[in-house]
Design a protein around this ligand. Structure first.
Ligand code: HEM
Length: 91
């Protein structure tokens, strides 16, 4: 038996089209920062950092262009990429 953490935010009973990235998804009851008494202590900081990062990307007109095939992390807890070649330029 395997506990597949990374499947939590893709539960089709909770999320419509769970494999689509929808930035305006509402409601969005995701479990990215955990749940209950061990809910992530740094969630507010992480959200502030992410908001600042994307705000600056938009403000400076920075554009990321995917230049090759991404390589996924093979892990049952984390989703992510070991490689994602991008070109960073101006929009
Ligand atoms: C995008 C960034 C982050 C994600 C996705 C994330 C995710 C999580 C998750 C899922 C948990 C719960 C783990 C569990 O239930 O066993 C957690 C706990 C925790 N996180 Fe984060 N985290 C992030 C950023 C941060 C930052 C920036 C800090 C501190 C500055 C932080 C500090 C903590 C701490 C101290 C806990 C343990 C809370 C407890 O057990 O009561 N995290 N995080």
């Amino acid at each position: 038996m395997v506990l597949w953490f990374s499947a939590a935010n893709r539960d089709p009973e909770v999320f419509e089209a769970p494999h689509e990235f929808r930035i305006d998804r509402t409601p969005n009851e995701h479990l990215t920062f955990g749940w209950g008494i061990h809910f992530c202590l740094g969630a507010h900081l992480a959200r502030a950092e992410i908001r600042t990062f994307f705000g600056e990307v938009l403000r400076r007109g920075i554009r990321f262009e995917v230049m090759g095939e991404p390589t996924r992390v093979q892990h049952n807890i984390f989703r992510g990429w070991t490689q994602l070649p991008v070109r960073v330029g101006k929009a």
